[in-house]
Design a protein around this ligand. Structure first.
Ligand code: ADP
Length: 741
């Protein structure tokens, strides 16, 4: 975005949160206030939502970036939200306009749902008339009105439902998914002990996003969505499926129902209806859990902190750079990029989904939700079956193997589970290689059955085993022999840096050993997010959540002291975890391998820290990627801060270590492990059917899943360091600088 001339800038920006609260709103407020300050524009925090605008007084406070410290980790919104009847009236909006002009506010960042954004757009449309009325009644001067001829408005969507057109994700949805998935994981263990069925009701009156994604992440056995009513005979079908699950040995069943679920005739399908059915038809010991407001609560996830930060800053830059008189814009994240789209068009398209559902045009509703929603639904329906569909194909069944490599990445088990079930459903034979490429050399390969992977979706670690072993030239004949002995037709390599290296090594030896000449597909699974062909790897979201959980605790522990923490995070030669965790936890400084550490930087950082502590700061946090610099180690930095801090502050090191690789996978990692596996298998089966031997790396690029030819591996990675040449997330360094300034 180009910098606008100072003359066309807004005078002051008001930042408010309104409507239903959503975790991550604080990140957006903090980012908007800090970005305004960075660009030299005054800003106000409007407390209690639109009510604050109408009532003015102390509810509209001059914003100070320093006051936004420590709010990233807090749930809800620290500046409050409220429903406001008065704002629906013209008198109320006139009062709001007066309060704003009195303070020179002529631009708004409105963070809320479609109600808030609609109300604000009505207000924006009326602004010139409201000001004329205020001049006529003598409440403001003609000069004051002339200084603010138009109201600039940018909307940021805070909504746990993820139901807004114009953005792939809304602030709060990922955290809500965390809460739901934690709850269902917990229910599963008690359900299993008692052989029970739990019917879990989640939020979503018009949008089944939470219900669908939670089902995918927890392996729920049945799901009801508003956009996709079940077939007419759903009751019998559901009972048959639950019973089939019991017959094959499932100790528990989970049914997820969105609060707006209904049948084809529009009759609500409630948790009670389902519960009664299960009890009367199957004699199940069923229980209902309505998750309710728990879904809104708690500390925001790493993704919501990042999303809120990205959107809050982008909203302010939009206000500063847009031409006066531009229609209101909505800031969204589409295809992994921040975009601004006409706000009211987004609101109208959002409401169209609810209209389609009301008119029972379910196909239309699903179409409006987009391809990935539909695709996720299809995958869910396949893998939640009690058994694969009967295969009628004749001829030799293809044999496809999965292998891990690299460090453990949360989500590996979710991938292995999806691999086994989708392969079987497709009529092929799934094989699992145990203990990575070392195991492959020894022939540690076994056929897998449907129930072998039961319960794997939520487990951290890697049941099949993984290690960093990369086969040598001498290993190749042994590996070729094993692939031939087990008649492996294709290979899915799900892992990190060494897995990719190993896959490429096999691929380059295919001309020498015909048994290595099989289609291979690499799937990015590493917490470091350092493999080529993708912007994002599975496992890194879990690691980030684990890191920010620890950073939150470190921040809390330092309340009573004046201290600088130097926190070391993993990532080898790649600074992704350092940058993203620093951004999501409000670190003052982030040291990364890509940018290195210079003595001048350290001197400047110590001076900044001193200034901040002198003006009342109590905690400083510095995040250092483990490979940031071979000389300026974590120990060195800590000693330096300790020495230079003198009486102002002391310094401590915290090396987070292997906890970052562990833990149950986050909802995002479980879902992506599952959907990416489906894509990889489609690729392999297409190659097998067409007789092609092509091999590829699957990646998320610009929000799309894309395959890159495996032969291009060497040109996509840096020489001598373990990271890809292109790392698009590096663009967020600028955002981190704005937030730390
Ligand atoms: P959300 O923003 O989460 O959708 P609501 O629909 O409750 O929440 O809207 C929040 C507030 O926005 C309302 O309390 C009201 O003050 C304002 N609002 C909503 N719709 C309008 C409208 N059509 N005109 C004026 N104000 C509105």
């Amino acid at each position: 975005m180009s910098e606008a001339s100072a003359g066309s800038r807004p005078c002051s920006i008001g930042v408010l949160t309104s409507g239903g609260d959503a975790p991550g709103m604080n990140a957006a407020v903090r980012a908007a206030i800090r970005a305004a300050s960075f660009h030299g524009v005054n800003s106000f925090a409007v407390h209690e939502g639109l009510k604050g605008l109408v009532y003015g007084g102390d509810l509209i406070k001059q914003a100070d970036p320093a006051d936004t410290g420590g709010i990233l980790r807090r749930g809800g919104t620290v500046i409050g939200t409220a429903r406001c009847k008065e704002f629906r009236t013209r008198d109320g909006r006139r009062a709001a306009a007066r309060n704003m002009v009195e303070r020179g506010i002529d631009a708004l960042v409105a963070i809320g749902g479609d109600g808030t954004l609609t109300g604000c757009d009505v207000f924006r449309g009326e602004w010139p008339e409201l000001l004329a009325e205020l001049v006529d009644s003598g409440e403001i001067s003609a000069e004051a009105a002339a200084a603010h001829p138009s109201l600039r408005l940018v909307g940021v969507v805070g909504s746990i439902d993820n139901d807004m057109y114009g953005t792939d994700m809304t602030i709060g949805a990922d955290t809500a998914l965390h809460r739901i998935v934690e709850a269902i994981d917990a229910l599963r263990s008690t359900a299993s002990s008692h052989q029970r069925t739990f019917v879990v009701e989640v939020m979503g009156r018009h949008c089944g996003y939470l219900a669908l994604m939670a089902s995918l992440a927890t392996a729920a056995n049945w799901v009801f969505l508003p956009e996709q009513p079940p077939a007419e005979n759903w009751a019998a079908e559901m009972c048959r499926d639950i019973k089939a699950g019991r017959d094959i040995g499932r100790r528990q069943s989970i049914v997820v129902v969105a609060e707006g679920a209904a049948d084809l005739d529009g009759n609500p399908i409630t948790s009670q209806t389902i519960n009664d059915l299960l009890e009367t038809e199957l004699g199940e010991d069923a229980r209902i859990t309505i998750l309710g407001h728990v879904q809104r609560g708690g500390s925001p996830s790493a993704f919501d902190r990042y999303l809120g930060t990205l959107m809050g800053a982008a909203a302010v830059e939009q206000l500063i750079n847009e031409e006066p008189g531009t229609s209101a814009q909505l800031i969204g994240l589409r295809e992994n990029r921040v975009v601004a789209s006409p706000l009211m068009e987004c609101v109208e398209r959002t409401r169209a989904v609810a209209e389609r559902i009301k008119e029972r045009d379910f196909e239309g509703a699903m179409r409006l939700r987009g391809g990935s929603f539909h695709n996720s639904y299809r995958i869910l329906r396949t893998i939640q079956q009690a058994a694969p569909k009967t295969n009628t194909a004749t001829g030799r069944r293809h044999r496809v193997a999965i292998i891990h490599g690299g460090g453990p990445a949360p989500g590996m088990n979710s991938a292995a589970r999806a691999f086994v079930r989708l392969t079987l459903d497709h009529g092929a034979t799934p094989l699992a290689v145990r203990r990575g490429f070392r195991g492959l050399r020894r022939g540690d390969i076994q056929e897998m059955r449907w129930m072998d992977v039961s319960g794997w979706v939520s487990d951290g670690g890697a049941e099949l085993g993984t290690n960093r072993y990369v086969p040598t030239d001498a290993d190749m004949p042994l590996i070729a022999e094993q692939l031939a002995a087990h008649r492996v037709d294709a290979l899915l390599v799900a892992g990190g840096w060494s897995a990719y290296k190993a896959a490429y090594a096999l691929h380059t030896h295919r001309t020498k050993f015909k048994d290595l000449d099989i289609p291979i597909v690499c799937m990015p699974m590493t917490i470091a997010n350092n493999v080529p062909g993708t912007e994002l790897s599975i496992g890194s979201d879990t690691a980030l959540n684990s890191i920010i959980g620890d950073l939150d605790k470190i921040q809390q522990s330092a309340v009573a002291t004046r201290r600088v923490f130097v926190v070391e995070v993993m990532g080898h030669d790649c600074g992704y975890l350092a940058l993203m965790s620093g951004l999501s936890s409000g670190a003052e400084r982030i040291y990364m391998p890509e940018t290195g550490i210079r003595l001048d930087d350290l001197t400047a950082d110590i001076r900044t820290m001193e200034t901040n502590f002198r003006s009342g700061k109590r905690l400083g946090m510095v995040v250092r990627g483990e490979g940031a610099d071979p000389v300026y180690t974590t120990e060195f930095l800590t000693a330096l801060f300790e020495k230079e801090g003198g009486n102002l502050f002391d310094a401590r090191a915290a090396v987070l270590g292997h906890v970052q690789e562990g833990g149950d996978p986050s909802p995002f990692d479980r879902i992506h492990a599952t959907t990416l596996t489906a894509h990889c298998l489609k690729y392999l089966s297409e190659k097998l059917e067409s007789g092609s031997r092509a091999s590829a790396m699957l990646g998320m690029q610009s929000g799309h899943l894309q395959f890159t030819d495996l032969t291009s591996y060497p040109i996509l990675v840096e020489k001598d360091v373990e990271r890809p040449v292109e790392q698009r997330w590096m663009q967020h360094i600028r955002l981190a600088e704005i937030m730390c300034s």
